[in-house]
Design a protein around this ligand. Sequence first.
Ligand SMILES: [Zn+2]
Length: 77
Amino acid sequence: MTTRTSSRLVCKCGHKGVLLSVENDGPGSALCEQYSFAGFGGAALTVTSYRQIPNGPLAAMKPECPKCGRVAQVEYT
Ligand SMILES: [Zn+2]
């Protein structure tokens, strides 16, 4: 079973985007979450252990704002 979630994000300049995550949470399956951005730059991230993202996916992915160019200045709304 696959769970898709999206979290709204906003840059300090006001630009908005979305953090998309796809989680494979079937019984017996290993943790596998895939994160990507809509509206911000930054590489997609695949997580197989929460130790990879001690401060959450947003801190690990360093989103880049296409409007003002700032990196990792994005917060959840
Ligand atoms: Zn910005």
